[in-house]
Design a protein around this ligand. Structure first.
Ligand SMILES: *Cc1c(COP(=O)(O)O)cnc(C)c1O
Length: 432
């Protein structure tokens, strides 16, 4: 039987549903320009010194920025760093991960999460994600804890907190530490507390692509005085500070230069003041998109949970294969042809990276896996079935924070989805 073609799909030459012009998200304005200019005029672009002195803690803007961050995020310590990748490395070092220690991680994060573990010789062990939440599954974490487990490193992916209450309980039962990578969820909350402040250490990125940014940068959060000091040491040439500061336990205190500049700190102060407004805008757009897409058969929209406030770095969508016969590739191709920007097919499967397939990170002798004698590690396809199926077949991301969108853009995204959904049968046939 010949299928009747609906010729209005842009893929088949019809008019595009999304015609509005878009610009990238840009939170930088006059306030940032003025604060940066003042720093430039002062000539003091960084005041950090790698010696045990007052300047060990950085210049005036760095210290003002950190103080403001403790107030904004309700945390005891806020420690600025020159990127969140640096922050993650400092965090993993501070909790005392050493060669051969296992750290339970999520396959759905940016690669920096697992690189930070490898940098201290830790062995990442992957726990699958929760269905329709995309964050690490506490039940899977529980199954993977061994005598070698030193920490759990979770990510609050796409703008929503992982199940930190459960994970912290689990960690205290086993005497291990939890680190949260909140790069994508600044200002999101779990039961009213800020993501990034719910673990022993957490923090956010200030990279150009995030809700708020300083070009490059990041902030670490902790309520623990000792962890805070260890991270400050790692940030600023620990090895040459420890004797002056009379630190007894020098393990993992070989440092880096992870220091943030005064310009970035000054810009960061204005950015922190805007965070709340920015996330309200993104949430408004996401709610609007949910209204637009509600009712489309076989489309699974982000779960709303009043205790877990989402700041929508990415608006996550799943397709239900029981209802939809077209492939994800055909759907995304049709949506892109309609002009919809910011779409991604799948996300990450970090366990499948070459570093895990070959089990060697530093040198050629299999470090750090060769530090865990008697243990075997499996990174084959199949160990994280949820993350893999979502990545390979079911997940579509809409990068809602990366674009400066308005309500009219969201209406056109909705129109594009509806048009594609009317033609799903055609797209399924075409795929055969
Ligand atoms: C952006 C990001 C990072 C890295 O942050 P940088 O500041 O770019 O180093 C780490 N983890 C996640 C989940 C991210 O999205």
């Amino acid at each position: 039987m010949a299928k009747q073609k609906k010729n209005d799909l842009a893929l088949l030459g019809g008019r595009k549903a999304f015609t509005a012009k878009t610009k990238p998200h840009n939170p930088i304005g006059l306030k940032e320009q003025i604060s940066a200019y003042k720093v430039l005029r002062s000539g003091v672009l960084s005041k950090f010194l790698g010696t045990w002195s007052q300047d060990f803690y950085g210049g005036p803007k760095v210290q003002e920025f950190e103080k403001l961050a403790t107030e904004v995020f309700h945390t005891k310590h806020a420690i600025s760093v020159n990127s969140w990748t640096s922050g993650l490395i400092a965090a993993v070092g501070a909790v005392g991960v050493e060669p051969g220690d296992e750290v339970i991680v999520t396959p759905w994060s940016m690669s920096a999460s697992i690189a930070a573990v490898l940098h201290w010789g830790g062995i990442p062990v992957f726990a699958d994600i929760e269905p329709d939440e995309f964050n690490i599954d506490p039940n899977k974490v529980r199954e993977l804890i061994t005598v070698r487990t030193k920490a759990i490193l979770v990510a609050d992916i796409f703008g929503k907190s992982a199940k930190l209450e459960e994970l912290m309980k689990l960690a205290s039962q086993h005497g291990i530490k939890v680190i949260s990578d909140t790069a994508q969820a600044p200002g999101s909350t779990s039961q009213g507390r800020f993501s990034g402040t719910l673990a022993h250490i957490g923090g956010i990125s200030l990279n150009y692509h995030k809700h708020i940014h300083t070009g490059e940068g990041g902030i670490l959060f902790t309520d623990d005085d000792e962890l805070a000091f260890r991270m400050k040491l790692i940030r600023n040439h620990a090895e040459s500070i420890v004797s002056g500061a009379q630190v007894e336990d020098i393990s993992n205190l070989v440092g880096f230069n992870f220091r943030l500049g005064e310009l970035e700190a000054a810009i960061g102060i204005s950015q922190l003041e805007k965070l709340n407004k920015i996330i309200r805008v993104k949430q408004g757009l996401a709610n609007e998109l949910t209204r637009e897409l509600t009712g489309l058969q076989g489309l699974i929209l982000p779960k709303i949970d009043l205790n877990l406030e989402n700041v929508y770095y990415v608006y996550p969508i799943l397709i239900d294969k029981k209802i939809i016969k077209s492939s994800r590739a055909a759907i995304v191709r049709a949506l892109r042809a309609e002009g919809v920007p910011g779409l991604s097919e799948g996300y990450q499967n970090l366990h499948l990276l070459p570093v895990f397939q070959q089990q060697r990170a530093f040198g050629k002798k299999g470090f750090p896996w060769n530090q865990a004698t008697g243990s075997l590690y499996n990174y084959s396809k199949g160990i994280c079935p949820v993350a893999e199926t979502y990545h390979d077949e079911l997940f579509i991301g809409f990068g809602i924070t990366g674009l400066a969108l308005k309500k009219k853009h969201i209406a056109q995204v909705g129109a594009a989805f509806r048009k594609v959904w009317e033609n799903l049968e055609y797209l399924a046939e075409e795929g055969k």
